[in-house]
Ligand binder design. Structure first.
Ligand code: BG6
Length: 496
């Protein structure tokens, strides 16, 4: 790989400091970033290179400070096409002409920046014209990709008028997580799961991604975006796609992404009657968390005090295809919950006939728990005979913990995806047809909420498991599984 210049629009922002620079540092440490690489932060704030570096150093644990000699900053208004001559001049100071543009800006800029890059000739790979060096051109677009279906379609069309699909990397950092990628290994590197991975053996699937933090200092971004756009339309539906997809013919960008897109296209559309019955939204109110009072969402900085933005969402999704017809997928996400956990539970069907009795810990259906984070691993729950007289059975776990193989650290997802992008491989990035298919499914929900402002938005105290009403949508099949922090310790009073 030749050396590359990573240009981060939104360079002075939170994402750059918290995720992107630490991820790039990991690539530097591993020698992935070749001699001559540079990282150019672009933003409106007025920083010198030195101030930019100093601001970032304080945000992480960096052993080798020489890395920061490769970081630079350009203060410009990226909404103004006239200022792109400044960018060109700055880029020409670097030897390499390979540019990776990272759009880490508010989504309102995702259409403007690419158009301005085009006006400046910075999208062209080959031409040595307009004072632009030749080299590779790639663009990473952060989520949320679009605000609704219409804006996603518009963004795709703008991006495609500037770059080829091959050059566009719509990032969803969940796809960079080892444990998320492992869903593919679990399903397609083993022969024992695939025969039972369907409506004949699986009763329901539960996907939970909850967090024990509020929105921190992101009120300005989050308010008006909400859980559906922030977590569900991308991360959660991506997890669902990996669980539900057909085996790709090859693990390659075309074949893998075809199967993901097929899942999105198979999501059973929701009618206006379905929406209030299958979806529960909530917003956190003040509550006690670990002995301390946490404020309510409407009192967070940058949030409208009459905000109707949801910070919790639980819903039932159905897939119309031969494999999954009739199997509900329950998905749930929320801020200010008791713990931070992402996990997928495959609930297998009950045995057709109960032969044995049980004592206190009565067996439920077999379960396969895929823990995405923390305490990464898997648990298979099955029934055994209780030793002793009589014939009672109880459920026991068989577990695998990822740390037996390697320590998985936070931030790896971004470095993994950045590396893939630097290599020009967009297998793990969302393709335009997939993002639109996913929006086609979620868009009616947003419209329904807009047209029916009285749709309940339940308050739930910070530190709780969300509105009790969320139990209603799952009650036919069971209850939500509220995970413990520790994967294998699943008793009622476990640590959160
Ligand atoms: C981001 C969302 O995409 O994902 C955040 O914008 C959320 O609101 C985060 O906190 C969760 O990511 P992770 O990797 O911590 O589960």
């Amino acid at each position: 790989m030749d050396s590359q210049i990573v240009i981060i629009f939104g360079g002075s922002g939170d994402l750059t400091k918290r995720k992107l620079v630490p991820a790039l540092y990991k690539l530097y440490e591993r020698g992935v970033l070749k001699e001559g690489f540079a990282i150019l932060g672009v933003g409106r704030s007025n920083f010198s290179d030195l101030q930019f570096r100093e601001g970032l150093i304080s945000g992480g644990d960096y052993g080798d400070k020489r890395f920061f000699d490769n970081l630079f900053y350009l203060s410009m208004d990226s909404a103004n096409p006239d200022e792109y001559s400044l960018l060109k001049d700055r880029l020409n100071e670097f030897k390499s002409g390979n540019y990776l543009f990272y759009l880490a800006t508010p989504p309102s800029m995702y259409e403007i920046i690419p158009q301005n890059l085009k006006i400046a000739g910075l999208n062209r790979e080959k031409a040595n014209v307009d004072g632009v060096k030749s080299g590779s051109r790639r663009v990473i677009v952060e989520k949320p990709f679009g605000y609704d279906l219409e804006s996603a379609v518009r963004m795709n069309s703008v991006l495609k008028s500037v770059f080829y699909e091959e050059q566009i990397f719509r990032i969803d950092h969940y796809l960079g997580k080892e444990t998320v990628q492992n869903i593919l290994a679990l399903r397609f590197a083993n022969s024992i799961f695939e025969p039972i991975w369907n409506r004949h053996y699986i009763d329901r699937v539960e996907i939970t991604a909850v967090e024990n933090m509020g929105i921190e200092n992101r009120g300005g971004y989050y308010d008006g975006v909400g859980a559906l756009r922030d977590m569900v339309q991308n991360h959660l539906i991506q997890l669902l796609a990996l669980v539900a997809m057909e085996p790709p013919v090859l693990y390659a960008k075309q074949e893998f992404r075809d199967e993901v897109a097929k899942v999105y296209k198979s999501l059973k559309p929701l009618s206006n009657d379905d929406i209030p019955n299958r979806i529960v939204r909530g917003q956190y109110i003040a509550g006690e968390k670990r002995g301390e009072m946490a404020k309510g969402y409407r009192n967070e900085r940058g949030v409208d005090e009459a905000s109707h933005t949801e910070t919790f969402l639980a819903m039932r999704v159905n897939i119309s295809n031969w494999r999954w017809d009739g199997v509900p997928f329950y998905i749930r996400t929320g801020k200010q919950m008791p713990t931070k956990v992402t996990e997928i539970i495959i609930h297998f069907k009950q045995t057709p006939h109960r032969l044995f009795s049980c004592r206190d810990d009565c067996p439920e259906q077999n379960q396969l728990i895929i823990r995405i984070q923390p305490n990464e691993g898997m648990v298979l729950k099955f029934d055994v005979k209780v030793p002793g007289s009589g014939f009672n059975v109880q459920q026991v776990p068989m577990d695998f913990s990822y740390d037996k193989l390697a320590q998985l650290t936070d931030g790896d997802a971004y470095s993994k995806l950045l590396e893939e992008c630097l290599n020009g491989d967009n297998t793990l990035f969302t393709r335009s047809d997939a993002v639109e298919a996913s929006w086609r499914y979620f868009d009616p929900i947003l419209k329904f909420w807009k047209e029916n402002p009285n749709t309940p938005l339940y308050g739930y105290p910070a530190g709780s498991w969300g509105p009790l009403e969320s139990e209603k949508i799952i009650e036919v099949e069971g209850k939500w599984t509220n995970p413990c922090k520790n994967l294998t310790n699943t008793n009622l009073y476990c640590e959160l």
